[in-house]
Write a protein that binds this ligand. Structure first.
Ligand code: GUN
Length: 292
């Protein structure tokens, strides 16, 4: 069993990014600049955004955090997005999700200039990705592709089962894995909460991507011997034995599943770290105007 080590890979990618940013600096070029908009303080968004900003600084990119209270109106948020769109110094923009219920996330995503949409959430980027045109690709799926590529995992002709149909991970992942690219060329099954015979379908997967957000949902009996298992989940589960009172769990019951696999991502230290790297890679592409 091979551990797909997101920590190692993310350090490698960060070194590559830092070298590229240093090169831009030495030539007097434009330093890539990522802007994050964060609304409120609920949930884990604050932690996620802080680590995105910190990672930018680590590789020498500029980062700006724009914060709003939960009470911000949709119009105010739209204006903030438009201001970033219009600012030539700002290359990439993410609006951290979820947003409060009174704000339409779709409306906000559609306001972001597709050329600055480094999260790849704008319908134009999703459409271009589906057509195989140059596009910003959602950070988690892109990080998983990068991981499969760097570990030279054979995907062509394999059956890839994606569990979870979220707009951010499951849906784009299923599209990317069937494309005529490497990684890709899989026969893909996209499963979700209404899928019948889920265990049977998962057992037929050569590559199983769990992105449903339910801790330890995927058990050993759902996994074929020798499968590649990618765990996108990251949930806090109460754990009295830990000083913090919780431990982080993925969607896969790692201890019992890992021995059956050919390769598996750990949680933490797997996909999550790759996600942040993808965001920075996209910000570099935005600064270099590689996509638009
Ligand atoms: N919320 C959870 N994941 C993400 C992400 O990748 N980008 C944004 N903007 N919000 C998120």
């Amino acid at each position: 069993m091979q551990l797909l080590d997101g920590k190692f890979l993310s350090q490698q990618i960060k070194q590559e990014l830092a070298a590229e940013v240093a090169e831009i600096k030495s030539q007097g070029g434009k330093i890539p600049h990522l802007v994050a908009i964060l609304v409120g303080t609920a949930g884990r968004s604050e932690t996620y955004v802080a680590s995105k900003m910190k990672s930018c600084e680590e590789v020498g990119m500029t980062s700006t955090l724009i914060r709003f209270d939960d009470s911000v109106s949709e119009d105010e948020l739209i204006e903030a997005v438009q201001a970033v769109n219009a600012n030539p110094d700002m290359d990439g923009l993410i609006v951290q999700l979820p947003l409060p219920a009174h704000i339409s996330a779709d409306k906000i995503m559609e306001t972001i200039d597709p050329a600055k949409d480094v999260d790849g959430f704008h319908p134009i980027n999703i459409g271009r990705m589906a057509k195989g045109l140059p596009a910003y690709i959602s950070a988690t799926p892109q990080g998983i592709l990068e991981m499969l590529k760097r570990y030279e995992i054979e995907t062509a002709g394999k059956h890839c089962v994606v569990v979870g149909r979220s707009q951010i991970v499951g849906l784009p992942m299923s599209i990317l894995m069937q494309r005529n690219t490497n990684p890709g060329n899989c026969t893909v099954t996209l499963t979700h909460s209404r899928t019948q015979n889920l265990g049977e379908i998962c057992r037929s997967a050569d590559i199983l991507i769990a992105a449903l957000g339910r801790p330890e949902f995927i058990t050993a009996d759902m996994v074929k011997d020798g499968a590649v298992v990618i765990d996108v989940g990251l949930e806090r589960v109460a754990d009295a034995s830990k000083k913090s009172g919780f431990s982080l769990k993925g969607d896969v019951k790692f201890d019992e599943v890992a021995p059956k696999t050919s390769s598996i991502t750990p949680v933490p230290g797997g996909v999550g770290l790759m996600t942040i790297c993808s965001l920075m890679q996209n910000t570099l592409k935005a600064a270099r105007k590689e996509i638009y």
